[in-house]
Design a protein around this ligand. Sequence first.
Ligand SMILES: C[S@@+](CC[C@H](N)C(=O)[O-])C[C@H]1O[C@@H](n2cnc3c(N)ncnc32)[C@H](O)[C@@H]1O
Length: 235
Amino acid sequence: MTLPITVVTLFPDMFPGPLGVSIMKRAEEKGLFALSTVQIRDFAFGKHKTVDDTPYGGGAGMVMRPDVVAAAIRHAKKGSPNAKVVYMSPSGTSFNQEKARQLASHEGGLILLCGHYEGIDDRVLQAEVDEEISIGDYVLSGGELAAMVVVDAVVRNIPESLGNANTLHEESFDIQTEAGEVLLEYPHFTRPVEWEGQTVPEVLTSGHHANIQKWRMDKAYQKTKKNRPDLLKGS
Ligand SMILES: C[S@@+](CC[C@H](N)C(=O)[O-])C[C@H]1O[C@@H](n2cnc3c(N)ncnc32)[C@H](O)[C@@H]1O
């Protein structure tokens, strides 16, 4: 199955960018996802191809017009009629691994709408958007970088996109304790066994699988407690 992903943007030249290399490149070559873009400006009117206007009620900045943006989304929907339309927005719900998994399993695919300037006229969001997603509590200049983050995280969650399926289950946010808590990943080491006075923990070179697993879970728990106590129960 190929997951179709269409990015609706004023800056299609930014794509595929980082999505055209490494794991993402291989996943697209394997047919696991297909990335395309729709240029919002193609749906603008007049000789100046204006896509934005001043906000009603006054204030700084420009707002993207509902008629232009809706036409671009509707064009994208013609190619992917069952796609979920997601607006990349700092005021959306927080993006996380669970959301990445959900979006990866949406067979109809995704249409990722990228705003710019002050954002998009709210009426088009009401009419055409299924979900608003934020990639973090900060404001970017446009939705394109956010869309790239979402595509990368989503594609990693398509079965077969990573060479070794176990890789995903051993990653941060995929490791679970028996109590059902989600943990960050344990630390990794590779050769040489000694580097600048630091030695690889002995258990990792012991070949004792059960001890290695216990050590990793302990370290994952300690790291989570230090860096993200909010992920642990009772926090
Ligand atoms: C300058 S921002 C608009 C910010 C908006 N006026 C506000 O205060 O919420 C322009 C565009 O960048 C994108 N964007 C900015 N921050 C984002 C974030 N944290 N997550 C996802 N998209 C973001 C959105 O598509 C947004 O329409």
